[in-house]
Design a protein around this ligand. Structure first.
Ligand code: B12
Length: 216
C-alpha cells in the first residue's frame, strides 16, 4: 500500500473516531480522487474507525452520545463514497434487509443494503427494531432473500424466531436467509437454520448469488 493510500485510510478511520464529519467527507473525496475502491475506503477506513470507537466505549472513555456522533461521521463519509460503489445492473432478485426486533444498531445493515443494491438486487429496507412478522410478511409478498442483522447478544434469538415463523407459514423453502452482525457466527447461523452467514457486508451479495447459483 502506498504512503498516500495509508494516509487516506487513516484519515477515514480517524474522522469517525474523532467524530469529525468534515474530515470524513474530505478524506472520502480524496479516496475517490486517488482512484481508491470505494468499498475498500469503507471497510478499511470508516469501519475501522467505528471499531476503534467501540473499544473506547468498552473502556468507558466514550458513551452513547459520542458513538452517535461517530456514526454521523461514518455516514458523512459513506454518502460521498456511495455513488462510487460499482453498480452491476438490476435483475438479481428481491431482497429485504432489517435489524431484528429490540435492536436499533443499523450501520452494518445499511452497508448490507448498499452492497446488495450495488450488486443488482432490488432491496426493501425494513429498517431497525423490526417485528418478526414484518420479515414473514415480506417473504409472503415475494422477497427471495432475507438479510438479518443484529449487534446485540440479547436480540440474537429474534433471528431464530423469524426462521421458525417462516417454517410455520410454509414459506421457508421460498427464500434464502443470510444473517450477520458482530455477535453472529457461522455456528450460530447453522444452529438456527439460516442458509448463510458472513462477517462482512460487502460479501453478502456474492454469498447469496452462490447459494442461488446466480452467475457473478
Ligand atoms: C455504534 C454503536 C452504537 C450506536 C448505534 C448507531 C447506529 N445508528 O447504528 C448507538 C450509540 C445508538 C448504540 C446504542 C446502544 N448500544 Co451500541 N454499539 C455501537 C458499536 C460501538 C459499533 C457498532 C457499529 O456500528 N459498528 C460498525 C459496523 C460497520 O459494524 P457491524 O454493524 O458489526 O457490521 C459489520 C459486520 O457485522 C457485518 N454485518 C452486520 N450486519 C450484517 C448483516 C448481514 C446479513 C451480513 C451478511 C453482514 C452483516 O457487516 C459489517 C462489516 O462489513 C458497538 C461495538 C462493536 N464492537 O460492535 C456497540 C454495541 C453493539 N452496543 C452495545 C450496547 C449495549 C448498546 C446500548 C444497549 C447502550 C445503551 N446502554 O443504551 C444501545 C442499544 C439500544 C438498542 N436497543 O438498540 C453493545 C452490545 C452488547 C451486547 N449485549 O451484545 C456493544 C457490543 C458495545 C459493548 N461492547 O458493550 N450503539
Amino acid at each position: 500500500m502506498s504512503e498516500a493510500e495509508r494516509e487516506i485510510l487513516d484519515d477515514l478511520a480517524r474522522s469517525v473516531l474523532d467524530m469529525d464529519e468534515d474530515l470524513a467527507a474530505n478524506a472520502a473525496q480524496r479516496a475517490i480522487d486517488a482512484g481508491m475502491d470505494a468499498q475498500r475506503a469503507i471497510t478499511e477506513g470508516l469501519s475501522r474507525g467505528m471499531e476503534a470507537a467501540g473499544k473506547k466505549y468498552e473502556e468507558e472513555e466514550y458513551f452513547v452520545p459520542e458513538l452517535l456522533l461517530c456514526s454521523d461521521a461514518m455516514y458523512a463519509g459513506v454518502e460521498v463514497l456511495r455513488p462510487h460503489i460499482v453498480h452491476r445492473g438490476g435483475g438479481r432478485g428481491r431482497a429485504v434487509v432489517g435489524v431484528v426486533s429490540g435492536d436499533t444498531h443499523d450501520i452494518g445493515k445499511n452497508l448490507v443494503k448498499l452492497f446488495m443494491e450495488a450488486a443488482g438486487f432490488q432491496v426493501t429496507d425494513l429498517g431497525r427494531d423490526v417485528p418478526i412478522e414484518k420479515f414473514v410478511e415480506a417473504v409472503r409478498d415475494g422477497a427471495q432473500y432475507v438479510c438479518m442483522s443484529t449487534l446485540m447478544t440479547t436480540t440474537m434469538p429474534g433471528m431464530e424466531r423469524v426462521i421458525q415463523r417462516l417454517k410455520e407459514e410454509g414459506l421457508r423453502d421460498r427464500v434464502k436467509v443470510i444473517v450477520g452482525g458482530a455477535p453472529i457466527s457461522q455456528a450460530f447461523a447453522n444452529k438456527i437454520g439460516a442458509d448463510a452467514y458472513s462477517a462482512s457486508a460487502p460479501d453478502a451479495p456474492a454469498v447469496l448469488m452462490r447459494l442461488s447459483a446466480i452467475p457473478a
